[in-house]
Design a protein around this ligand. Structure first.
Ligand code: PEP
Length: 256
């Protein structure tokens, strides 16, 4: 199999300088499980501080920095936006893209998400591409159609080969921040569908692409979720703001 596991913290619009310090201090001396990457995605204003602290503590080998968004343009008159060049200067390695909150609150279409994935890859950064169905879509058994509709524009924009450098996070919208987690069996079945989608296009890519589960992952459910064959780690929201709990979740990851 040979896939890295990834546990990524999505702080959303939470956290402050105190949390940056306590998270990095707590992770100092922490060694993630073999073949596992730990990624922390604070808000933009904390990227430089976190990058400095990671370097000061000599943690560059064990912790990577991520951003929660990037603009699809390289520079220009886009007030309030942040480019991939700026993120690279801040030592960012990963960028979350297509999170359900961006899709629903900021009307980011799958085509816009595809443009962003391309720009992120072109900058040498790793996109964490989020996809997932709403509760209504799950009830109406449209999950597979919705996931395909979210993935296809990205495949069309970058080609399936480039998915070797993409991380996909399956995040059922009804499980994000709700305390309702997909059962390990349901999550595995959906991850197997996503891997199958890639296998139909390119077997090698399907075997390589890390598929993360996200949606109310915590210290109590991470072991069972991460034990599933097609779940290669998690994208963690609320629980990633709790320093000790986040470490427990990271330790449950199983890369190979
Ligand atoms: C997320 O926002 O990506 C997420 C998974 O949040 P939570 O873990 O809080 O459900």
């Amino acid at each position: 199999m040979n896939r890295r596991a990834i546990v990524a913290a999505n702080w959303k619009m939470n956290g402050d300088t105190k949390l940056v310090s306590s998270m990095v201090e707590s992770l100092s001396g922490y060694v993630p499980p073999a073949h596992t990457s730990v990624v922390i995605c604070p808000s933009y204003p904390y990227l430089a501080l976190m990058s400095d602290k990671i370097s000061q503590q000599g943690l560059n080998e064990n912790i990577a920095l991520g951003a929660q968004n990037a603009n699809e343009h390289l520079s220009g008159a886009f007030t309030g936006e942040v480019s991939t060049n700026m993120l690279t200067e801040m030592s960012v390695k990963y960028v979350i893209v297509g999170h359900s909150e961006r899709r629903s609150i900021y009307q980011e279409s799958s085509e816009k998400v595809a443009e962003k994935v391309k720009v992120i890859l072109d900058a040498g950064l790793t996109p964490i591409l989020c996809i997932g169905e709403s509760e209504q879509e799950r009830i109406e058994e449209k999950t597979e159609v919705v996931l395909t509709q979210q993935l296809q524009p990205v495949v069309d924009a970058i080609g399936v080969e480039r998915f070797k450098d993409v991380v996909v996070a399956y995040e059922p919208v009804w499980a994000i921040g709700t305390g309702k987690t997909a059962s390990p069996e349901m999550a595995q079945a959906t991850h197997a569908f996503i891997r199958g989608y890639f296998a139909n296009l390119n077997e090698e890519v399907a075997n390589k692409v890390p598929l993360l589960y996200g949606g109310s992952v915590n210290a109590s459910n991470c072991d069972e979720l991460f034990a599933q064959a097609d779940i290669d780690g998690g994208l963690i929201g609320g629980a990633s703001l709790k320093v000790d709990e986040f470490k427990v979740i990271c330790s449950a990851a199983k890369g190979s």
